[in-house]
Design a binder for this molecule. Structure first.
Ligand code: KIV
Length: 271
């Protein structure tokens, strides 16, 4: 008879508990077996199989060309390479915006590949989709503020929450997603004061990327912290390879700085 053992992999409940206990959450993107393994060794809590892979792996100018099959493939190999971190994978552009049913069908394929949570970009506008998925056993992470899949409509990768209108909309987005059942929220390129309000007022964890130190946790693109990415880097990126002699120690340094609050520092904030 086979033995029933409990999985050591973190769930979104463990992440939620970390927020409640004021333990900072260290997240990174990862796209393959070896990096997933290094993330695990370094104590990363969440691996995001992000559609940023379209830019840093595939060399596109945006995340728009990423296909569902790409996320499925990368989720499978990340799941093979790690046992402990929660895996959150992106729903790529045009695989969920059409209807909640389309979103469910795409999410199911990603969950079968090994993710525990799916991430979708959108706030108030996508709340009915989050609710539809949540009622059907899918754990959803929302992504608000700068939503890179909307780059063609936005026109540029800018900062959000800057004026009163944008500030109010981001708040509405966050609360609409929480109300709809999202289990956590990624806040990208947000004014630090707005992110602080959200972190204090929301009950679900907030994971910031360029959103300041008040978030429950931080996420960065792994190639950015390893200084592999070419071109201009956003203000919030920090090169963790500096002073380290291996990739593993650089990831460990990132985890340590997120956990003790050293990262992000004042120079990484939008104010
Ligand atoms: O696409 C991505 O990698 C992301 C993470 C930075 C959260 O959205």
């Amino acid at each position: 008879m086979s033995k029933i053992t409990s999985s050591p992999r973190l769930s979104h409940l463990n992440i939620s508990k970390m927020k409640k206990e004021n333990v900072k959450i260290a997240a990174l993107t990862s796209y393959d077996f070896s990096f997933a393994n290094l993330c695990q060794e370094a104590g990363v809590d969440i691996i995001f199989v992000g559609d940023s892979l379209g830019m840093v792996i595939q060399g596109h100018d945006s995340t728009i060309p990423v296909e569902l099959g790409d996320i499925i493939y990368h989720t499978k190999i990340v799941a093979k390479g790690s046992k402990r971190p929660l895996i959150i994978s992106d729903l790529p552009f045009a695989t969920y915006q059409e209807s909640p049913k389309q979103a469910f069908s795409s999410a199911a394929k990603i969950l079968k590949a090994g993710a525990q949570v799916i991430k979708l970009e959108g706030g108030e506008d996508m709340a009915s989709t989050t609710e539809f998925l949540s009622r059907r056993g899918v754990a959803v992470c929302s992504h608000i503020g700068l939503t890179p899949q909307s780059i063609n409509q936005l026109g540029r990768y800018g900062i959000h929450g800057k004026n009163d209108e944008s500030f109010a909309q981001v708040k509405k987005d966050a609360f609409a997603q929480q109300q709809a059942g999202a289990v956590m929220i990624v806040l990208e390129a947000l004014y630090a004061d707005l992110a602080e309000e959200l972190a204090n007022e929301l009950t679900i964890p907030t994971i910031g990327i360029g959103a300041g130190p008040s978030c429950s946790g931080q996420v960065l693109v792994i190639y950015d912290i390893l200084n592999i990415t070419m071109g201009i880097k956003p203000k919030f990126v920090k090169d963790f390879m500096q002073g380290q002699d291996s990739i593993l120690s650089a990831i460990r340094a990132y985890v340590a700085e997120v956990k003790d609050g050293t990262y992000p520092a004042t120079k990484h904030l939008y104010r």
